[in-house]
Write a protein that binds this ligand. Structure first.
Ligand code: FMN
Length: 182
């Protein structure tokens, strides 16, 4: 697919079909994430793939509560990917300290987008989730408490009648500046 078309096609999907995701498609998405760039090539990530329905439901339940329930749709997705942040290489940690940058968070974001773009190419829907209860998910998936979960991504086939939305974005001129900020 033309890359710009793929970028336009990927959107956050918030209603899913009751249909399994083929293992080979999932593997290609994970491979795209694995191949993502990272600061000093640290690859500070582990992708925990949650396919077991009972477990997946429990993890999904930790992305919303009674009051803040905009993520309730997550329960419909057949697969959840939990992006665990690993300690980067020493050189990256030193660089991050000197330059005051959160490289692993940047890296995780890139890996997640690689995953989601490949998923779009495979005809799958995704939604990145930054709103979740970290500690219960760590406990459900046996993730040490010393680690951080950067993101959860919901994956599945979009509901049959799910529409492609127009992209709501700031205007090109507002976000792109040539040669100087102002
Ligand atoms: C870091 C991050 C966290 C996000 N967290 C959530 C979330 O918890 N729930 C949700 O429904 N969407 C979440 N989103 C999706 C954004 O709302 C969405 O990407 C944005 O509105 C643009 O829409 P689009 O993805 O359809 O192009 C998140 C996206 C990012 C990048």
């Amino acid at each position: 697919m033309d890359f710009q078309d793929l970028v336009l096609l990927r959107q956050s999907v918030r209603r899913y079909r009751d249909q399994e995701v083929e293992q080979e498609k999932l593997t290609r998405c994970l491979e795209a994430a694995r191949l993502a760039p990272s600061a000093s090539n640290s690859q500070p990530w582990t992708f925990v793939v949650v396919t077991d329905t009972g477990l997946k439901d429990k993890v999904a339940r930790q992305t919303y509560d009674k009051v803040v329930n905009f993520n309730k749709f997550v329960g419909e997705a057949p697969v959840l990917i939990v992006f665990v942040i690993e300690k980067p290489k020493v050189i990256t940690r030193v660089g991050a300290f000197i330059k005051n940058k959160e490289y692993p968070l940047i890296d995780i974001g890139i890996a997640a987008e690689h995953f989601c773009l490949q998923a779009a190419e495979e005809g799958l829907g995704t939604c990145m989730l930054g709103w979740f209860n970290e500690k219960p998910i760590q406990s459900l998936l046996n993730i040490p408490e010393s680690k951080t979960i950067g993101m959860v991504v919901a994956v599945g086939y979009a509901a049959e009648d799910y529409k492609q939305r127009h992209k709501t974005r700031k205007a090109f001129k507002e976000v792109v500046k040539f040669n100087a900020y102002k």
